[in-house]
Design a protein around this ligand. Structure first.
Ligand code: 3HC
Ligand code: NAI
Length: 662
């Protein structure tokens, strides 16, 4: 099937793009579009053109794969100029996700009609780019600079209703209507009218071409602050601003120049890497031909922090949930936790009041494991204690069918050993959610040694339905993420004994792009949990390994972090930022002296290099042991679970880059 076809019916030409999966503007589409326009030009009977797409979406953007190759004519900006210059009206019929280059093509058409569920946007900044085919020129001229900037610099799509409100589209047709029929009716209405002027050059359509009320300097400053080191959003705002003052041809050339510079830069390469890594990370050869088991009801054991979050995620994804707790009081509290999460989804407009009631009605609770009978998957999220989890696994296995998958949300315990404690260990798996479980996108799917492909395929499909990025990992202490975090925490602790200070390390990390430094993060989580873990591990710790006891000393003084007003830092009140504490400085210096360490200065570059190298060394070990399938999987975990700055591509991407530029 050619990527672009043209059908002539009466006085209309209907162009259909068919380039699955997302109708990207790949080279074949661009060149066939140019041919199609030439064919139409030969047909003098045509008085209107419809541009539509086959499949689940209108064009959702340029083909990201082509960005790594030399550009091939015709380029998208030229194709759009050709569309715009047509002397007969061209109507874009929009459905699905009209994104990036797709929206730019639509803006090159004279009219836009959209199905009601369509979403439209410029997600280029998420790939470290700005629109490169006229988006920064045509969008402000059509919908005003402010709306255009919010689309282009935030990268978030808008609904068809908002697009109509802003004037980005001309008409909405109900979702269950035939979009093509609606576009034909629209075309018949406008075919006898004079063709509207091209958007890029027209001034008549400009609603606020040169808005006087934008405070550009503060807008740029705010954008830079939100972007935390990512350059594209700031360049997006600046480019829109500069383009407002330029004639169309110069504005288009200026945009292209900015686009190409970003496309060839480090940040966009990193962001494209992570975009594709996220798409590919859950593709396991062993599950390729397996049809996942359909799941309708999920059992959750434990309604605490994690259990309630997991239950909420399952409800929001459309599953029925059975929650089991130790006693009625704990069950009531678990129910309350879920209700609170759903209420916050309601407040944020994610669900409607009637949906809230429906979802809560799909949650049932009990202290009796017999109620788990209808479940296809049971996830335990009880205390992090092997004996407790083993008992819970035995109770689950005694009730459910032998093909019900049993999953553990353990952070560190040996799931292989848990699997061996039940019959049919091939249905046991780890599902390591991140807190808050109904919000965080990452889910480590821990593949036990015995888990069979059916279990893996079903777990991965379940994760997809929850909207999670599932990263398969092997069994080890801390899986991928917590294991790397542990190596990085140790590296930070060594540096403070050797001469750095917590505030210096945290500042280096936030400058690098992390939302928070390690020590502020520990203070936020509470220091006592890891203190208790260290106490438990004391007897088995390798005496030859360097041990930093500073965190223990803080806990011995009752400094458990933010909730006690003191930890590594001082907190003046619940919301105040961390403030360095001279007592902690003294404690650190005394400890260095006690260990005979001569403290030395560290600069930001050394701190960051040491942290990234520690992550990379641990990442290499994880790969050698087969815990992660690929280096990309490690990047996906660190970015989606631990705040590693996305625009840097992840520690393993940085390692590859360092090696290739050495
Ligand atoms: N280029 C190439 N492949 C793409 C792609 C793109 N822009 N976007 C998605 N794909 C691929 C995915 O890798 C995936 O491949 P697979 O089937 O082999 O795994 C397939 O399309 C389906 O993608 P999803 O699994 O993400 O499908 P969804 O239905 O969940 O989402 C989507 C569809 C909303 C379009 C989502 O894929 C998306 O957001 N894509 C990125 C869109 C984007 O960033 N567009 C702008 C590109 S830059 C641009 O246009 C520059 C211009 O200004 C010149
Ligand atoms: P929590 O203490 O908030 O909740 C545990 C719940 O389990 C409590 O409500 C308790 O009543 C219930 N419970 C205990 N024994 C039970 C039993 N025998 N039967 C039924 N219910 C029982 O703990 P949290 O933080 O939710 O952690 C749960 C698990 O999730 C742990 O394994 C933890 O390591 C893991 N985890 C925790 C994360 C976090 O950020 N807190 C992140 C990822 C995993």
């Amino acid at each position: 099937m050619p990527a672009v076809t043209v059908e002539f019916t009466e006085n209309l030409a209907i162009i259909t793009i068919d380039n699955p999966p997302i109708n990207a503007t790949s080279h074949a589409v661009r060149s066939r579009l140019v041919d199609a326009l030439a064919d139409i030009g030969q047909n003098s009977a045509v008085n209107a053109i419809i541009l539509s797409c086959h499949g689940k979406t209108f064009i959702a953007g340029a083909d990201i794969g082509e960005f790594n190759q030399p550009a091939r004519d015709p380029l998208l900006p030229d194709v759009i100029l050709a569309l715009e210059a047509l002397p007969i009206p061209i109507i874009a019929a929009l459905h699905g996700t009209v994104l990036g280059g797709g929206l730019e093509v639509a803006l090159g058409c004279h009219y836009r009609i959209a199905s009601a569920t369509t979403r439209l946007g410029f997600p280029e900044v998420n790939l470290g780019l700005i629109p490169g085919a006229g988006g920064t020129v045509r969008a402000p001229r059509l919908i005003g600079a402010e709306n255009a900037i919010s689309l282009i610099a935030n990268g978030k799509p808008i609904s068809a209703a908002t697009a109509l409100d802003w004037g980005l589209i001309d008409e909405i047709t109900p979702a269950d209507n035939d979009l093509l029929a609606a576009a034909i009716a629209f075309a018949n209405r406008v075919s006898s009218l004079p063709c509207p002027p091209a958007l890029a050059t027209a001034t008549a359509t400009v609603t606020s071409h040169r808005p006087a009320n934008i405070d550009w300097e503060s807008l740029i400053a705010q954008t830079a602050q939100r972007a935390r080191g990512a350059v594209a959003p700031v360049i997006a705002v600046k480019t829109v601003r500069e383009n407002l003052g330029l004639p169309a041809d110069q504005a288009l050339a200026h945009e292209r120049q900015q686009f190409v510079a970003l496309r060839d830069g480090e940040q966009s390469r990193a962001l494209r890497h992570i975009f594709m890594a996220e798409k590919n990370v859950a593709k396991l050869p062993v599950t390729r031909d397996i049809t996942p088991t359909d799941l309708a009801t999920i059992g959750i054991i434990g309604g605490g922090l994690m259990g309630a979050g997991i239950a909420t995620a399952c409800l929001l994804a459309g599953y029925d949930v059975v929650m089991i707790e130790r006693d009625e009081a704990a069950l009531a509290s678990g129910h309350e936790n879920v209700s609170r999460h759903l209420q916050s989804s309601l407040k944020r407009g994610i669900i409607s009041p009637s949906r809230f009631d429906q979802l809560l009605a799909k949650l049932t609770g009990s202290t009796d494991y017999a109620t788990l009978a209808p479940t296809g998957l049971v996830i335990e999220a009880v205390f992090e204690d092997f004996a407790v989890k083993k008992d819970v696994f035995a109770s689950i296995a005694a009730t459910v069918g032998s093909d019900t998958i049993i999953a553990s949300n353990t952070s560190y315990l040996d799931i292989n050993a848990l699997a061996c404690s039940v019959s049919s260990p091939e249905r046991v798996i780890g599902l390591h959610f991140f807190s808050p479980a109904h919000i965080m996108k990452l889910l480590e799917v821990v593949c036990t040694d015995g888990a069979n492909p059916q279990t893996l395929a079903t777990a991965l499909s379940f994760a997809r339905k929850l909207g999670k990025i599932a990263v398969p990992t092997g069994v080890c202490d801390g899986f991928i993420g917590n294991r790397i975090m542990s190596a990085y925490r140790k590296q930070c602790e060594y540096m403070i004994e050797d001469g750095a200070y917590p505030e210096q390390i945290d500042a280096a990390m936030t400058d690098f792009g992390f939302p928070m430094g390690l020590f502020a993060m520990q203070d936020m989580a509470g220091l006592e949990i890891s203190w208790k873990t260290r106490q438990r591990q004391a007897a088995t710790r390798d005496p030859a390994e360097r041990y930093v006891a500073l965190g223990d000393y803080l806990c011995e003084q009752g400094r458990f972090g933010r909730k006690t007003g003191r930890g590594w830092f001082i907190y003046d009140d619940a919301k105040s930022p961390p403030r360095p504490d001279p007592d902690v400085t003294r404690l650190i210096e005394q400890e260095s002296a006690r260990k005979g360490i001569k403290r030395r200065p560290f600069d930001q570059t050394e701190i960051i290099n040491a942290i990234i190298s520690a992550m990379q060394r641990e990442g290499d070990k994880i790969l050698q042991e087969g815990i992660a399938q690929t280096a990309d999987a490690i990047d996906v975990v660190m970015i989606n679970g631990y705040g590693f700055p996305r625009f840097r591509g992840g520690p393993m991407f940085m390692k590859r880059n360092q090696a290739s530029s050495a």
